[in-house]
Structure formats: C-alpha cells, structure tokens
Design a protein around this ligand. Sequence first.
Ligand SMILES: *[C@@H]1O[C@H](CO)[C@@H](O)[C@H](O)[C@H]1NC(C)=O
Ligand SMILES: *[C@@H]1O[C@H](CO)[C@@H](O)[C@H](O)[C@H]1NC(C)=O
Ligand SMILES: *[C@@H]1O[C@H](CO)[C@@H](O)[C@H](O)[C@H]1NC(C)=O
Ligand SMILES: *[C@@H]1O[C@H](CO)[C@@H](O)[C@H](O)[C@H]1NC(C)=O
Ligand SMILES: *[C@@H]1O[C@H](CO)[C@@H](O)[C@H](O)[C@H]1NC(C)=O
Ligand SMILES: *[C@@H]1O[C@H](CO)[C@@H](O)[C@H](O)[C@H]1NC(C)=O
Ligand SMILES: *[C@@H]1O[C@H](CO)[C@@H](O)[C@H](O)[C@H]1NC(C)=O
Ligand SMILES: *[C@@H]1O[C@H](CO)[C@@H](O)[C@H](O)[C@H]1NC(C)=O
Ligand SMILES: *[C@@H]1O[C@H](CO)[C@@H](O)[C@H](O)[C@H]1NC(C)=O
Ligand SMILES: *[C@@H]1O[C@H](CO)[C@@H](O)[C@H](O)[C@H]1NC(C)=O
Length: 727
Amino acid sequence: MQSSLPGCPGLTCLCPASVHSVALEMELLSLWLCLGFHFSTLQWRNGSGAATAVSPGGCQLMGVTVDCQGQNFVSVPTSLPPHSRVLILDANPLGTLWNHSLQPYPLLESLSLRSCQLVCIGYHAFQEQGHLRSLALADNSLSENYKETAAALHTLQGLQKLDLSGNSLTEDMAALMLQNLSSLEAVSLARNTLMRLDESVFEGLENLRELDLQRNYIFEIEGGAFDSLMELRHLNLAYNNLPCIVDFGLSQLHVLNVSYNSLEWFLASRQETTFELETLDLSHNQLLFFPLLPQCSKLHSLLLQDNNMGFYKDLYNTSSPQEMVAQFLLVDGNVTNVTTVNLWEEFASSDLSALRFLDMSQNQFQYLPDGFLKKMPSLAHLNLNRNCLASLHFREREPAGALAELDLSHNMLSELRLAPGLARCLGSLRLLNLSDNQLLGVPARLFADANNLTTIDLSHNQISLCPWPLPVQVPLPLPVPSMPANAPSCVDFRNMVSLKRLSLEGCGLRVFQDCAFQGTPLTHLDLSGNWGVLNGSMAPLRAVAPTLQALSLRNVGLSPASEKLDLSGFEHLRELDLSGNCLTSFPRLQGSPALRTLDLRRNRLTALPTRAEWAQVAGSLRAVYLSQNPYDCCGLDGRVAPPRLDTVADWAVVTCNLSSKVLRVAELPAGAPQGCKWERVDMGLLYLVLILPSCLTLLVACTVIFLTFKKPLLQVIKSRCHWSTIY
Ligand SMILES: *[C@@H]1O[C@H](CO)[C@@H](O)[C@H](O)[C@H]1NC(C)=O
Ligand SMILES: *[C@@H]1O[C@H](CO)[C@@H](O)[C@H](O)[C@H]1NC(C)=O
Ligand SMILES: *[C@@H]1O[C@H](CO)[C@@H](O)[C@H](O)[C@H]1NC(C)=O
Ligand SMILES: *[C@@H]1O[C@H](CO)[C@@H](O)[C@H](O)[C@H]1NC(C)=O
Ligand SMILES: *[C@@H]1O[C@H](CO)[C@@H](O)[C@H](O)[C@H]1NC(C)=O
Ligand SMILES: *[C@@H]1O[C@H](CO)[C@@H](O)[C@H](O)[C@H]1NC(C)=O
Ligand SMILES: *[C@@H]1O[C@H](CO)[C@@H](O)[C@H](O)[C@H]1NC(C)=O
Ligand SMILES: *[C@@H]1O[C@H](CO)[C@@H](O)[C@H](O)[C@H]1NC(C)=O
Ligand SMILES: *[C@@H]1O[C@H](CO)[C@@H](O)[C@H](O)[C@H]1NC(C)=O
Ligand SMILES: *[C@@H]1O[C@H](CO)[C@@H](O)[C@H](O)[C@H]1NC(C)=O
C-alpha cells in the first residue's frame, strides 16, 4: 500500500509493470474496507449527513459525503458506500486515476483529488460519472499526460465546476482541456504557467461565470480572448505580468481583479454601453494616472492602493489640467491605431456616481482636484492614507454627504479647510483619521458640522487644545511663517456629543484644564506619549470620568508621586494602560470597580503587589501585565505567587534582578528567598576567597619571622648549655 506507482510512460497512461500489483493491492484494500463498510452501514444509510462514522480505511462517512483525506491510498478505494455523492480523496498518492476506477460510485456529484500526485487521468476514468458537477484536481502534475487527461475531461458533459490550479499547465494544454466543456460555470487555472491568452483558450465556454487566472505569467491578452464568455461575471487576473489594460470592453463583468501586476495604464473602451462592473481591484500596480473608467458603470468598489498615481496639474503650468493628453498606440496585427486621450476629460467623464468604497492609499497624490468629491455622491469610505497631501479643502457644492469613513493618515497635511457657508458637509462622517500629519489645529466648524463623528484619530500631530475661557492677556503663540493666515492653531473637543473614541497619542500636549473634554462623552481616550500631560493628577479627566471605558496613559511620565491615582468617579473604566512610566510601586487604584485590564509594563516597580494591593482590584480584574520591571528577586518573599496568578497575563516573562543576573520569577525555586540564600552563599564564598590569601600571607609571614628568630635562639641556648653537656 505504501509503494507509489511509477508514472505513466510517455503520453499514454498504460503502465504494464504495475497493473498486476495494483490489482492485488486493490483486492486487499477492498477486503479491508468491506469490513468497515459492514460496520458502518447503518450510519451512512442515513442520508441526512448528521451522522459521522469512521471506516477502518480511515474514511469519514457523513451522510452522502465520504472524506478519505490523507489515508495513503494508492488507488481509489472500491468499498465505499456505492451511493456516495461527495468523495474527497485529497492528499493520497494516487499517481494515476485508472480507467473505470470510479465505477462503483455512479452517483458522484463532487470529486476532490487535490494533491494526489496525479500525472494522468485514464481516458475512461469518468465514463460512469454522468452526475459529476464539481471536480477538483488542484496541485497535481496533469501537464505530463495532458492529452489523455483532456480526453477524460471531455466525457464530463455536465461538469459545472473545475479546479485545475497548480498543474503547470500552459495555455495550449488549458485550451485542450477546456475544449467543448460548455457546461462549465467556474474554472480555476490559478498557479499554472499561462503566458498569453488568445481567443482559442476559452472558446465555447458560453456558461462560464467565474474564471480564476491568478498567479500565472500572463503578459498579453489578445483582443477577443474573453469574447465568447458572455456570462462571465468574475475574472481574477491577480499576480500576473500584465503591463497595461487598454480598450477594456468586458461590459458583462461584475468583478475584475488585476491586483499585483505591472499595470501602468487602465483604459476602458469608450463604448456607450453600460458596464456592469461593480468591483475593480487595481491595487499593487504601477499606475501613474487615475484609471480611465467606463462612462457608464455601476462601480461601487475601486481599489487603487499601492500605485504611483497622482494628479499632475502643476506639472503643466495650466490653471486647469485640460491640456493633459496621452496617446495610445493600439497595434492589432498589422493595423496600428493611435488613440488620443485627454486625461482630465476622461476622468471627468468616467461614471463614479455609484462608487461607495475608494481606496487610494499608498500613492503620490499631492492634492485632490476641484470637483473630485462631487463626482462621487455615494462615496462612504475614502482611504487616502500614505500620500503626499498638503492640504484638503472641502469646497462648496462638494458636500461629501455620504462619507462615513475618511482616512487621511500619514500625509503632510498642515491645513484642513471648509468653504464658508458649507452646511452639514460631513453629516454622515463617523471616523476621521488624521494620524501622522502636520496639523496644528482643526477648524472648529468641521467638528461642529460632523455631528455623527464617533472616532477621531489625531495622533502624531503637534496640536494644542483650545483654552477656555479665552485668556485675555496671554500672548498667543507666534504664528509659524509658512502657515496660512486663517489656519486654526488649536483643537476644541468640547461638546462633541457623538464623539466616543479619541486618540491624541504623541501630540505634544501639555497640561490641560479640567474642562478640555466638557460635554463630550468619550469612552476611549488615548493620551499616550504626551509627557507630563497629567501632571500627576487625574483631575483634567474629571469631565469624562463617568463615561470612560478605556484609558491609555503610556509614556506620560507618571512619577512615584502619582502612585495614588484617584480613580473615583471612573466607574466604567475597564482598561487602563500605565506602561512606560516611572511608577516604583503598585498604584493605589481607588474606586475603580469595573477595571478589567491593567498594564504596568516598563515601569520601575521593584516589588510585586502585596495582598492588600491586590485586594483593591481583585473583584473585577481579568488581566494585569507586570513584566519589564526591575523587581528585586530578594524582595519577593511571600509575594512570588500573587493571590490570583491567573490574572497576570504575562507571568511567564516577569523577571527579577538578582545582583547582575536577570531571572524569571516563575522559574525561581519555591520561595523566592532561596534564590537569595544562594546569593548569600555565593557572597560567603566570595568573602572566603578574598580573605584566604590574606590569611595565608599572614601565616607565612609569622612562620618566617618565627624561623628567623628560631635559629639564634637555639644557638643561644646551645652555647649557653655547651659546657654542661654530658657528651
Ligand atoms: C437520520 O436522518 C433524520 C432525518 O433525515 C434525522 O432526523 C436523524 O437525526 C438522523 N439520524 C442520525 C442518527 O443522524
Ligand atoms: C484507458 O483505456 C484506454 C483504451 O480504452 C487506454 O488507451 C488507456 O491507456 C487506458 N488508461 C489507463 C490509465 O489505463
Ligand atoms: C468540439 O466540438 C466541435 C464541434 O461541436 C467538434 O468538431 C470537436 O471535435 C469537439 N472537440 C472535442 C475535443 O470533443
Ligand atoms: C484580488 O485578488 C487578490 C489575490 O488573490 C486578493 O488578495 C484580493 O482580495 C482580491 N481583491 C478583491 C477585491 O477581491
Ligand atoms: C512653469 O512656469 C514657471 C514660471 O511661472 C516656469 O519657471 C516653469 O519652468 C514652468 N514649468 C513648465 C513645466 O513649463
Ligand atoms: C482602428 O481604427 C479603425 C477605424 O477607426 C477600427 O475599425 C479598428 O477596429 C481599430 N483597430 C483597433 C485595433 O483599435
Ligand atoms: C495586413 O494583413 C492582412 C492579412 O493578415 C493583409 O491582407 C493586409 O494586406 C495587410 N495590410 C497591410 C497594410 O499590410
Ligand atoms: C489611523 O491610521 C493609522 C495609520 O494608518 C492606524 O495605525 C490607526 O489605527 C488608524 N486609527 C483608527 C482609529 O483607525
Ligand atoms: C503641576 O503640579 C504642581 C503641583 O501639583 C504645580 O505646582 C504645578 O504648577 C503644576 N504644573 C502645571 C503646568 O500646571
Ligand atoms: C536589572 O537588570 C536589568 C538587565 O540587566 C538592568 O538593565 C537594570 O538596570 C537592572 N535594574 C536594577 C534596579 O538593578
């Protein structure tokens, strides 16, 4: 059973040497599976699909579905329930699908043979499969005997879905395999080696609705290649090498995906017909200009992310970009046509009235031309993240009334302007992302108009909050020279009744007044990275205390003096981030009945919280983060296991300092002091080692002195007693 069959020689599928052994193996297998069949009859007879049983062959039976994935079968098992409708044989080393090997299952509607090392499908393999509607042959090597495989496929005249992805097929092989399969509705040729498509490849597939050609090497599509596909709705050409699409005329298409190619141009044909196109994905290409879209279309999603697009009025020194002209050379056989396109007129005449989602992020847009938003009255999501916009002007008669999400993050915006007299211009706006720009302020009217705004991200702009009441004598900050005269120099967040989430991370905010958020029912507030913003007291947040649910105070320089954070009044606060501050002990979080998450990483805590400190928050707390603090290993006596260890989300990486070493607290021997006993023993040894040489030196010195004086002494005694000796 384990031995794999040799591949088919040449272009035929006859493998004489192995036929005998296969027959033998199949006999054994059928005996084996028959037993299983016997045991599981009752279950799979229930056609509802509710019951699951496992046959000894390893196949899962679920109603009319038999799943034999990865069972090491070298041929189709013969003893599965004969009225199976769905057979999954993925990841079995079949090698070849032999003639008539599916004969026992005449009712099959769906067959999956992914990753079966198939090099060949016998001419008669599907002879009895009149009901087959779906066939998956992905990730095999069907290019090797493609002629016989193609002949086998031609017997499937009712097939609707065919997956041939990952088979190293060229366009000629694909054309042969698909020939005359007019019943097909969905075909995948993804991950093959198609390079050039002409009208012969998909000829006669008049019912095809979905065609997946992604991840091939297609660099050319001849005019007419898709002409016979009158029903085509979804075409995926992602990850190919297409350099441009001109004269795009597939008006029947609903979804076109040409992402991840090398497109420099997209130009729709200038027919008067209505295009059904709804979604166009041109992201990750090299487009230089906004695509020139059909003049009449139903487009609602346009994805242009990661291209090189811009508007180039400035380059041409004209007040309006009317003179921007591009010429296309259309070569068809020996006929060359020159098409002249006026880029601006083309843009102005493309139909964007149904557009709801527009992603223009990661491009080179420096400005949006007049009338841009006016062309898209239905636009709800506009993403302009990572461009080079320096200012944005909401003009009169350009209401953007449907806009719900506007992402302007990572630009160079120093100015947002609203035309005077523009009423309710951003009435539907819910999310405004202005993160990472160069704004000093936002026009007060912008927020006043946007009365559905729930989320504002102003992080990484050097803004200041408008003072209140306006100080009379305080000199205003010096105006920055390059700043337009009327650009606002502060932001006012008061009385924005719809605002829930506000990020002011890294805004260079200084200490602000208690009333800065008066009348604004914030639930999520991020003040991280504004060093010293709270000046050690929660007083400035008093106004939002009753509604606040999540508060981020990372890197705001909370000092040991602010350890007694008074959270009374913050009765709905669930998440508190105090990481990256200078706290030296567990903060006393008074009056925070709802606190669930507390982050204390990257502080200067030297001791884990005591039982009493835990007790204040024990009721509600679900997760506390304590790592990256310089705990003293020897000070951990009795505290190593906090009362509710499971709440310490990062307990495995909490470390402590033991002289010059850093140890994981969770790995300390039971009872932290032991670690320190070791330390004391170490120190004892150290003292011994230090003292021993001194002692030895002293001892040697004493001996030398003793010996030096010893000889004369003996001599003296000897000489004294010489005369009295008896020798
Ligand atoms: C058999 O099918 C019937 C309905 O077709 C269903 O109600 C019943 O639960 C199924 N029996 C089992 C064991 O799944
Ligand atoms: C299937 O049968 C045909 C003749 O009917 C034969 O030419 C072909 O080699 C057979 N294929 C396999 C895989 O046995
Ligand atoms: C496809 O159909 C055409 C005309 O119906 C026929 O001439 C041709 O032989 C068929 N090709 C195959 C491979 O069946
Ligand atoms: C286009 O295809 C790519 C690659 O498969 C995929 O990631 C992307 O989501 C597709 N775009 C659309 C709009 O479905
Ligand atoms: C645009 O006009 C300026 C002067 O107004 C001139 O210096 C510059 O060269 C012109 N650029 C082009 C591309 O014509
Ligand atoms: C070229 O122009 C002629 C006449 O305008 C037209 O019939 C023909 O289809 C065009 N060819 C191409 C490749 O656009
Ligand atoms: C273009 O090619 C066609 C045949 O494909 C030929 O009949 C015609 O004369 C050619 N025209 C020119 C101008 O070469
Ligand atoms: C704003 O944009 C930045 C960068 O693109 C992103 O990291 C951030 O999550 C966005 N903010 C919101 C609230 O979506
Ligand atoms: C910060 O607090 C200290 C003491 O509470 C106070 O003296 C000081 O004026 C405050 N600083 C600012 C800028 O409000
Ligand atoms: C603890 O050990 C870390 C890593 O060696 C060191 O950076 C830190 O200064 C030590 N802290 C103390 C208080 O000894």
